[in-house]
Design a protein around this ligand. Structure first.
Ligand SMILES: NC(=O)CC[C@H](N)C(=O)O
Length: 453
């Protein structure tokens, strides 16, 4: 019989539990364990790395079958999800910059504390906020949160002890100043009452792995004292050129994802926008109303909200999965299409009224006058707006990293979580965007020249 197959979400950057190794493979205690267990229990799976918060939401929306992400078993989560037996002990600590004078939450008055959205550590930090009078700031991934503290923008952060200790041991410029509290444990989660088989296999496999030494082997791979630095690139690759070379595969695939999202969305958004624009100037009041409403709604909604709504919200209601890339393209199309619709409508309106009257008085029907007389003139006026919108679409793809799409921006985050070369990696990413935008602009200028009369 075919092996059962599952989709499992994980945290893209949560070493030593989940992280991307230099070769692009996702590794860590969670993922190595999962692999061993799947082998011993005979199931297969596709891994979906994303932010922790998105992973939990994707599970809740049934976009994935399970989450393994150093996820703490809490009473609130147990109400929603079924957890495996615990496989690792954790607790919350506070960390500050290596040379910081802060030694306890008491020193945080008036300062800013960095937290990671949707985590137990964030909840813990938040629970101390009133008492100690600090401000909070949220991040989607641990590494960006650490960097905010390292750079001195935030005074401290709260994080799970094993993760924080591992990062520091691997050279992160932070120090832990409190004892672990909370004492939570990590478990593998599936939706309540669904996927009983998966949880049963996981538990069986975990038990076996503990018995036959696999569990210890996996943990030691990352935490034994003589371990090699799995998350760090070698020294030789620390120049911009070296970073580009070592991470070539990651940059390229992020680049392609960005291009794919941009091109497909531009095509759909342009079609949608022109339809909306035409509908916005026809005599029918109903069509004009529909056009205005669509533009109003989708132009008014932040792209990130729209992406979450389509990827998490709709499946949550209907129970049908939508692949992230499809959700991303729909979100971009609606958002950029609404903007396009607005300027297309404006462009048609800007064509002199007399043109339509003249065409009609020559006996052309409305549709033909529109197509032959108004549209060609209107569209020409709009070319600069189109170019503008294409560039905005390209840049907006970066927002789709929130639903777990590995476009350029998300690629940068992941590479930095591995090598901590924030400046160089963001420089590379910025340059790639500039290069693509330049190409896009040239292409548009060329098109503009060709359509000129
Ligand atoms: N991957 C994570 O950030 C998990 C954080 C924490 N253990 C939680 O479950 O909330």
């Amino acid at each position: 019989a075919d092996k059962p197959s599952y989709t499992i979400a994980t945290d893209a950057t949560y070493a030593p539990f989940d992280f991307q190794a230099d070769n692009g493979e996702y590794r860590g205690i969670d993922l190595d364990l999962l692999k061993e267990i799947s082998k011993s229990q005979g199931f297969t799976y596709t891994l979906k790395p994303m932010s922790f918060n998105a992973a939990v939401q994707a599970l809740d929306a049934k976009q994935v079958d399970g989450v393994i992400a150093g996820m703490s078993i809490t009473p609130e989560r147990k109400a929603k999800f079924d957890f495996s037996d615990p496989y690792y002990d954790s607790g919350e600590v506070m960390a500050v910059g290596k040379n910081s004078k802060i030694t306890s939450p008491k020193d945080l008055k008036g300062k800013t504390v960095a937290l990671k959205t949707g985590t137990v550590a964030a909840e813990y930090g938040k629970s101390l906020q009133k008492k100690y009078g600090f401000k909070v700031k949220y991040f989607n991934d641990s590494n960006t949160m650490y960097n905010d503290v390292i750079n001195g923008n935030s005074a401290a952060c709260f994080e799970d002890y094993p993760v924080m200790a591992y990062g520091i041991k691997n050279g992160m410029d932070l120090k832990i100043v409190t004892k672990p509290v909370g004492g939570g444990q990590y478990g593998f989660a599936v939706n309540k009452g669904m996927n009983k088989a998966l949880i049963t296999s996981f538990n069986k496999g975990l038990k076996q792995a503990r018995k036959d030494g696999t569990y210890k082997k996996v943990v030691d791979r990352y935490l034994s004292t003589k371990k090699t630095k799995l998350t760090a690139d070698s020294k030789s690759s620390r120049t911009v050129w070296g970073l580009l070379k070592t991470n070539k595969a990651a940059f390229l695939s992020g680049f392609w994802m960005t291009i794919k999202l941009t091109v497909i969305s531009i095509i759909f958004a342009t079609i949608l926008g022109i339809c909306l624009g035409v509908m916005g100037v026809v005599p029918s009041r109903i069509l004009r109303g529909v056009s205005s409403t669509i533009i109003y709604v989708f132009r008014g909604m932040p792209l990130m909200v729209l992406a979450f709504f389509i990827y998490i919200g709709i499946p949550n209601l209907t129970g049908d999965k939508i692949p992230a890339i499809v959700a991303g393209i729909i979100a971009l199309t609606l958002n950029e299409g609404a903007y396009t619709g607005a300027f297309v409508k404006g462009g048609f309106k800007a064509v002199d009224k007399g043109q339509m009257e003249a065409a009609r008085s020559l006996g052309l029907p409305y549709g033909k006058s529109m197509l032959r007389v108004i549209m060609p003139q209107g569209l020409r006026i709009m070319i600069p707006s189109f170019v503008n919108q294409f560039i905005i679409t390209l840049k907006d793809t970066s927002i789709l990293s929130v639903i777990g799409l590995f476009e350029l921006t998300q690629t940068g985050t992941i590479i930095i979580s591995r090598n901590m070369e924030g400046f160089k990696v963001w420089t590379i990413i910025a340059l790639i965007y500039i290069v693509v935008i330049t190409l896009l602009t040239w292409l548009s200028n060329w098109a503009e020249r060709r359509t000129r009369i």
